[in-house]
Design a protein around this ligand. Structure first.
Ligand code: ZN
Length: 349
């Protein structure tokens, strides 16, 4: 099998983004990942938070490595059932209401019933509301229109919908002939797919790793504490694989692997960063170094929670993050290659 098989990785991304998994409701997607790994005969265990850890033994078990990517996504929760039968929502994760205006969504009740709906401004119809364009996109003005015959709060409750039910957004996944991958949830399911594909490659080709390596599929990253636990005392290096942030002044693009040198939490480990750059240069992997201004990762969360580790952050470049995300197959490919060379490399520090 050639590596990386980017087409297969993209198929896996497509599958992962279609499983709803707002932070706090990730059981189904974790079960999917668990099954994927079991079929490869990889041992896994779930932590109490609901994340999944897979371990591949290495030649040297005195030093460990950990890599993480997160399956949780942005989402919302029912905050209030309005007398009109519409729902007021509360956001899960960091984003703005304008990025979900008009989005199709799914409401999941605590008993598992699922209903479809649309997230709309209350003042949407231009034939009725003069301020439709100018009204602020906020919790007060935005609501969910449920695709059921409901005319009152009571009607909604009869469906089993209650405060606290999870709302997930349509993944809107599309792969273009020009190699772009579009989906609301590329952050960070693109990286989860990359880690799973890497494990698959190592297992099926019986490639042994120099160090025991843990893969943590975390499920609370969007709220800040996905990957800050279950780190073995032997762990020296901890690499978060998460999206590279694009925008004005950013060097990250949709075609290369982004190596983060600093984010809102401060600089990433200098030695590990230089090691990653060296691996990229030696293996003709296209990369960009970048600073993400309003960003924190599971690696910085791990450091903050007191782990004495060397931390790093790399990932595919994602345009319009936490909104209408897009990347290109070449960014997936470059990230996959760097991950592969990294897990086979010597520990740098
Ligand atoms: Zn992320």
């Amino acid at each position: 099998m050639s590596y990386p098989d980017t087409k297969e990785t993209i198929d896996l991304i497509k599958k992962l983004v279609t499983i709803p998994s707002p932070t706090g409701n990730t059981f189904e997607v974790i079960t999917y990942v668990e099954k994927f790994l079991r079929e490869l005969q990889v041992d896994t265990y779930r932590n109490r938070k609901g994340g999944l850890i897979a371990t591949l033994p290495g030649t040297d078990s005195s030093k460990h490595r950990m890599l993480t990517a997160h399956v949780d996504t942005l989402g919302a929760m029912v905050k209030e059932i309005k007398p009109s039968g519409r729902l007021k929502i509360d956001l899960i994760g960091g984003f703005k209401y304008n990025s979900i205006e008009g989005e199709y969504c799914q409401i999941e009740t605590s008993s598992g019933r699922k209903y479809s709906g649309t997230i709309l401004m209350h003042q949407t119809s231009v034939h009725v509301y003069k301020d439709a364009g100018k009204a602020e996109r906020n919790q007060e003005n935005m609501e969910v229109r449920i695709d059921e015959v409901v005319k009152s709060a009571e009607d909604v409750r009869k469906l089993g919908i209650e405060v606290g039910d999870f709302v997930s957004f349509s993944p809107r996944v599309e792969i273009t002939p020009s190699g772009f991958i579009k989906s609301r949830h590329l952050d960070d399911k693109a990286s989860v797919a990359l880690l799973l594909q890497l494990i698959k490659h190592l297992k099926t080709n019986e490639i042994s790793l120099p160090y025991t390596t843990h893969f943590l599929i975390s499920n609370n990253e969007e709220i800040g504490y996905g990957g800050n636990s279950n780190i073995t005392p032997e762990t020296v290096e901890y690499l978060a694989v998460d999206m590279g942030a694009m925008g004005d002044g950013q060097s990250t693009d949709e075609y290369t692997v982004s190596i983060c040198v600093k984010d809102a939490s401060g600089p990433y480990h200098y030695g590990l960063r230089k090691h990653l750059v060296k691996l990229a240069q030696e293996n003709n992997i296209e990369y960009k170094l970048d600073i993400y201004p309003y960003y924190g990762s599971d690696a910085s969360a791990a450091i903050r929670s007191g782990h004495d580790i060397v931390h790093g952050l790399i990932g595919p470049g994602i345009d319009s993050s936490h909104a209408f995300e897009r990347t290109h197959q070449s960014s997936i490919e470059n990230t996959g290659k760097l991950l592969h060379h990294y897990v086979l490399s010597e520990i740098s520090s």
